[in-house]
Design a protein around this ligand. Structure first.
Ligand SMILES: [Zn+2]
Length: 230
């Protein structure tokens, strides 16, 4: 599946850059390289816009809530695909995990309402706790230090968590603003700010992930006495 997605990604990129290959004298190689790099972000932005169009067209309350939640998952999945470029099956699994986390965040509406009733969950006096963007600054370092550095299969977890939570909060932020507990909330984000930040997030996560991967990390809890964990 990962191979299929990666091949699809390559075919899509090749197809999109075909006009530039036909006109090599008009477009220098650096421009072609830039186009290949930028296409996944254009795809992500298109997905955001299309999902918003679908969401706004739906009138049914429950269906609207379901589509809204599904949109969080799809955007988080595509964002992770942009970060990882889907080079391995693990990248694909992490993409599914990212989608799951993004969808699962909304469970705090029901916890805060102490009810499974959608009407109660959607009409809370205060925003529920998992919708505070502050959790990114608290939990990502904890996940990095206590889990990612000690469990090799969960090495990407802090980045997956950051992508899923930030993409969810940005999408909600277009309607309600970003909430930075205990400091307060921003006004609702203009649509262009929401889209721009959603595209910039995977770019920065990708760059940070790349930079950290270059360093050897000292393991703090290896019983074998091995000091360096590459
Ligand atoms: Zn939400």
């Amino acid at each position: 599946m990962a191979d299929f997605l990666h091949q699809t990604y390559n075919i899509f990129s090749s197809f999109a850059t075909y006009p530039f290959q036909l006109l090599p004298h008009c477009f220098p190689p650096t421009f072609k390289h830039f186009a290949v790099q930028i296409i996944p972000y254009g795809f992500l932005g298109s997905i955001c816009y299309i999902l918003d169009v679908i969401f706004l067209a739906i009138q049914h309350r429950i269906l609207r809530a379901l589509v809204d939640n599904m949109a969080h998952g799809v955007i988080a999945f595509v964002s992770w695909c942009v970060v990882s470029e889907v080079l391995t099956r693990k990248d694909l699994a992490d993409g599914v995990l990212s989608a799951f986390i993004a969808c699962a965040l909304d469970v705090d509406h029901f916890i805060a309402a102490r009810s499974f009733n959608l009407q109660n969950a959607l009409h809370l006096k205060n925003r529920p706790f998992l919708h505070s963007t502050t959790i990114v600054f608290i939990l990502v370092p904890i996940l990095q230090v206590w889990i990612a550095q000690n469990v090799s299969s969960l090495r990407s977890l802090p980045y997956v968590f950051a992508v899923s939570v930030i993409s969810h909060h940005l999408r909600d932020g277009h309607r309600r603003g970003l909430w930075f507990w205990p400091f307060g909330s921003t006004p609702p984000l203009p649509y262009w700010v929401y889209i721009t930040c959603t595209l910039v997030t995977p770019y920065f996560v990708k760059e940070i992930k790349r930079s950290i991967a270059k360093f050897n990390v000292i393991s703090i809890s290896r019983p074998t006495g091995t000091l360096m964990d590459v």
